[in-house]
Every structure is written in C-alpha cells, then in structure tokens.
Design a protein around this ligand. Structure first.
Ligand SMILES: NC(=O)C1=CN([C@@H]2O[C@H](COP(=O)(O)OP(=O)(O)OC[C@H]3O[C@@H](n4cnc5c(N)ncnc54)[C@H](OP(=O)(O)O)[C@@H]3O)[C@@H](O)[C@H]2O)[C@@H](O)CC1
Ligand SMILES: Nc1ncnc2c1ncn2[C@@H]1O[C@H](COP(=O)(O)OP(=O)(O)O)[C@@H](O)[C@H]1O
Ligand SMILES: [Mg+2]
Length: 288
C-alpha cells in the first residue's frame, strides 16, 4: 500500500474529548437512516471526540441504536419522514457549537433540505462537508452560477452523477467533470472531491489523485462513510485540502483491507468502516 499523503493528526498526552473535535452529521430520512449512521460511525472511528447526528425525529431511535457512543438530535419531520421547515430553525440554534459539520447523506431534497443547505453555506466560520442530497439540494439553487464568493472551509464530495447535476457536465466525461470541479472550486473557494476509481481532489489550482481504493467500494453506503471520515479530520483541525486528501486516502486504504478480508463482491460499506481503525493504527505516531 502507498503511504498516506500526510501524517494523521496526533493527540497530546493530556488530550480530552473536546480537544479532538466536536462534529455534527446532518441527514437521514425514513428509509435512509443507515446512510447518516454510517457517516456518524465513520466520524467516531476516525477520531472525533464527540459525534452527534441530527436526524428527522422518527429516525432517532434507529440511528441511535447503531452505536452507543453516538449522540442524536431529533429535528422536526414531515409525514414522509424528511426534514420539515421547522428543522431549519431548530438546527440554526445549535450549529455554532461544532468544529465541523457534514450534511447530506439520506436527507432528500425537500424545501427544508434546501433551506438547511443555504443556512450551512452562510456559516463560513465552521468547517463543512456537503455530500449526496446536500449537493442535490444545491443543484436546485443557482449556487453554481452565483457571484464568486469566499465560502470559508467548505468541501463538496460529489460522485459523477451529483457533479453532473451541479455542473451540467455529463457523468461519463471525466476530463470535463474535473475541469468543472476546478471552476466551482475557483468560483466559491471550495475543495471538490470528485469521487470515482480513482478519486481526484481539486481546488482552484491544485489537483491530487488518490492511490488507494478498489471496485469493491462500488456498494451503497461507501460514500456515506467518506463523508464522516472527512468531517472528522476537518473537526480535528485539518484544512479542507489536507482533510480531503488524507480522508480519501484513508477511506480507500480501508476499502483495500476490506477487499482482502471479504473479497470485492462480499465487502460492504460496513466492512470498509470496520477497517478504518486498523489503517490509522498502522500509521499512528509514524513519521512519513
Ligand atoms: N443505506 C442508506 O441509507 C443509503 C442511502 N443512500 C442515499 O441515497 C440517496 C441517493 O443517492 P445515490 O447516490 O444512491 O443516488 P443518486 O444521487 O440518484 O445518484 C445516482 C445517479 O448518478 C449517476 N451516476 C453516474 N456516475 C455515477 C457514479 N460513479 N456513482 C454513482 N452514481 C453515478 C447514476 O447513473 P446510473 O447508475 O443510472 O448509470 C444515477 O443516475 C442519497 O441521499 C444517499 O446518501 C446511498 O448513500 C446508499 C446507501
Ligand atoms: N471502482 C471504484 N474504485 C475505487 N473507488 C470506488 C469505486 N467505486 C466507488 N468507489 C468509491 O466509493 C465511494 C462511493 O460513493 P457514493 O457513490 O457517494 O456512494 P453512496 O452514496 O452509496 O454512499 C466513493 O468514495 C468512490 O470513490
Ligand atoms: Mg453518496
């Protein structure tokens, strides 16, 4: 396996849980409680000291039952089990308490989801990751064509289908998609993780290509795990550029270990998640 592109964050001898990142994952809906649970568990296993999941009220017990170390925040939901508009006011009062926020997996693209994403876009002093339905919600706004802006620390993690919705460039045209990602990165001063085999991380000028990962990761939920990994690294104080590269490398390396143990066809996002600690332990306190 190749070495990580940079060292993992180290902990001071007297570190307490508040020093290593309070992170919040926002998403989920009835029928998609697993997605935000995978993101939240990934954040726990990547080293965040405190992880909370803000989910539609009716999903709370399901999400909470996945991991005893996870805290859950119930938000207002509608009859279909998606966020209702009151959820936006509820979460607005809480977001400032976190070092990093990941949003989108399983969330749907209701009007409330769009409002929630608009709220997070304005929170330029908090490090944020937008994935899945947060990106699909963004595609329903004119964000990709707005005046250029300084977004603060913000990472987008689209798969090619999501990037097509955001940019209009076909998912089959990898080269033009990466150019579109550079354009979005330059317009709003963000980092874009263009997922795939291999994943490419871009900002306005730079491009980094990942060296880990395998087609066994083409299984529902692997991207949700990445959201939690990158959010966790952001919450531990890394810059968006570094958190994206290290997170993508770690996620692929965990996928590679899962494929060795379970085979590419047999592995799921759950096994990928389970391999994250082993990869990190192998590099703990090692100078690269
Ligand atoms: N356990 C759970 O709760 C899970 C919940 N999940 C949640 O489900 C929600 C929907 O998310 P999603 O990604 O499944 O669907 P969507 O956004 O419609 O994208 C698919 C479209 O994009 C296209 N496409 C082209 N290239 C592609 C590529 N390389 N990789 C992927 N797609 C590619 C693709 O083309 P096609 O396959 O038709 O060729 C198709 O048109 C979201 O909230 C997510 O978080 C999932 O995370 C799974 C586990
Ligand atoms: N063939 C592949 N080679 C390497 N990585 C892959 C491959 N297929 C998928 N992946 C990785 O798996 C993840 C899939 O993300 P995504 O499509 O958002 O999944 P989901 O939404 O189901 O969680 C991405 O990180 C992507 O890079
Ligand atoms: Mg996804």
């Amino acid at each position: 396996m190749t070495n990580p592109p940079l060292p993992f964050p180290s902990r001071k001898t007297d570190a307490h849980k508040g020093d290593v990142g309070r992170v919040l994952l926002v998403g989920g809906s009835r029928g998609m409680a697993g997605s935000i649970s995978l993101s939240s568990m990934a954040a726990l296993h990547t080293g965040s000291g405190l992880v909370s999941a803000a989910v539609p009220d009716r999903c709370l017990e399901t999400v909470a039952s996945f991991h005893p170390c996870l805290m859950t925040i119930p938000l207002a939901d509608d009859a279909a089990g998606h966020f209702a508009s009151a959820a936006v006011t509820e979460i607005a009062q809480q977001v400032d308490a976190y070092d990093a926020i990941g949003c989108g997996p399983g969330m749907g693209t209701s009007d409330a989801a769009i409002e929630l994403v608009e709220l997070l876009l304005q929170k330029s002093d908090i490090a944020r990751v937008l994935d899945a339905d947060a990106l699909n919600a963004l595609s329903k706004t004119n964000w990709g064509h707005r005046q250029s802006s300084k977004s603060g620390p913000l990472i987008l993690t689209p798969h090619p289908g999501e990037l097509q919705r955001l940019s209009g460039v076909r998912s089959s045209d990898r080269e033009q998609q990466i150019k579109a990602a550079h354009r979005l990165a330059a317009l709003h001063d963000v980092v874009v993780v263009v997922k795939g085999g291999p994943t490419v991380v871009v900002d306005a000028e730079r491009k980094w290509t990942n060296t880990t990962g395998n087609p066994g990761m083409a299984t529902g939920g692997s991207g949700d795990v990445l959201t939690g990994v990158v959010t966790s690294l952001l919450g531990q104080g890394m810059t968006p550029w570094d958190a994206s590269r290290l997170g993508v490398w770690l996620h692929g390396a965990a996928g590679d270990r899962a494929a060795v143990k379970h085979g590419q066809a047999g592995m799921t996002a759950r096994e990928l998640l389970d391999e994250i600690p082993g990869v990190m332990a192998a590099y703990e306190n090692r100078c690269i």
